[in-house]
Design a protein around this ligand. Structure first.
Ligand code: CP
Ligand code: NVA
Length: 308
């Protein structure tokens, strides 16, 4: 069976734990090396990844490209608008053609149904590089960052502040797979996706919705936020007005544990969802988190191509 990675549960908890271990080991083994040098075992030598972007990206684009180089393979970047997809060639036909030409496909798009369709017609692994529904690759990097900073995942208390968006959905999914707890501080009307919450609870995670941002942050090991206006969303003014009480500032961080870390998938909107003081402060691990996109993506690629 072709291994698609549309969401974290496609891999499951055991594979996710194996990815984190592999990412840590590979990262440690190449510390201080030039970033483009291949790992000695070059497990994806001769393999090519096609990346299709229907939305902007800095981290996902560069980290997947670097991940393929470090694994001994290479990547092709396709802006969807400049391909025949942009002129109406179907996703199914694109899947069939790319499957004959490359070894794996990554897609960043809006409607999650599009990536499901791509996977349904692809003979090679399809990886979700972000949809409106979820961002699983980001969360592999986030979990790697959290464990690197000395925090065990089972029983971990994670506080999410702001918008109940795609990144949060993947955090909630990870909570179910690896048994940690999430306190969601979001305003009414911007809630997390109920299906992700129900699935995580069914797997034994404690998922709590708090309208009071301070209660959400109280005693947390990890505080996470993201933009209040995701790519493609309208009504920015109303969203910003509703979410302003959920800004992560020094006063909010003071409610978390003293050794809590702050994560943000980036790009940040300084002065909106997070203040400079927190983003640039001692509890922020966002630059490690960004670098870890490379190491996380390597383990996702190895899993999808059955090398892990
Ligand atoms: N965090 C993230 O996915 O960043 P990009 O949008 O820059 O890829
Ligand atoms: N929630 C954001 C994440 C960007 C990496 C978005 O979808 O735009």
């Amino acid at each position: 069976m072709t291994r698609h990675f549309l969401d974290l549960s496609d891999a499951g908890g055991d594979a996710l734990a194996a990815m984190l271990n592999d990412a840590r080991a590979r990262k440690a083994a190449r510390a201080s090396w030039p970033k483009g040098r291949a790992d000695p075992d070059a497990p994806l030598a001769g393999h090519v990844l096609a990346m299709v972007f229907e939305k902007n990206s800095t981290r996902t684009r560069v980290s997947f490209d670097m991940a393929m180089r470090q694994l001994g393979g290479s990547a092709i970047i396709l802006e969807a608008g400049s391909t025949q997809l942009g002129r109406g060639e179907t996703i199914a036909d694109t899947a069939r053609v790319l499957s004959r030409m490359v070894d794996a496909i990554m897609l960043r798009t809006d409607d999650h149904g599009k990536i499901e369709q791509l996977a349904a017609h692809a003979a090679v692994p399809v990886i979700n590089g972000l949809t409106d529904a979820s961002h699983p690759c980001q969360i592999v990097a986030d979990l790697l960052t959290i464990v690197e900073h000395g925090k065990a995942l089972p029983g971990l208390e994670v506080a999410w502040l702001g918008d109940g968006n795609n990144v949060l959905s993947s955090i909630i999914e990870a909570a179910g797979l690896l048994r940690f707890n999430v306190r969601i501080g979001v305003p009414e009307g911007f809630d997390a996706e109920p299906a992700f919450i129900a699935a995580a609870r069914a797997r034994g995670a404690k998922i709590t919705v708090c309208r009071d941002p301070h209660k959400a942050a109280a005693g947390a090991d990890v505080v996470i936020t993201d933009t209040w206006v995701s790519m493609g969303q309208s009504g920015a003014d109303a969203r910003i007005a509703a979410m302003t009480p959920y800004q992560v500032d020094a006063a909010l961080m003071a409610h978390a544990k003293r050794d809590a870390v702050f994560l943000h998938c980036l790009p940040a909107h300084r002065g909106e969802e997070v203040t400079d003081e927190v983003l640039d402060g001692p509890q922020s691990v966002v630059w490690d988190e960004a670098e870890n996109r490379i190491h996380a993506q390597k383990s996702v690629l190895l899993w999808a191509l059955k090398k892990l």
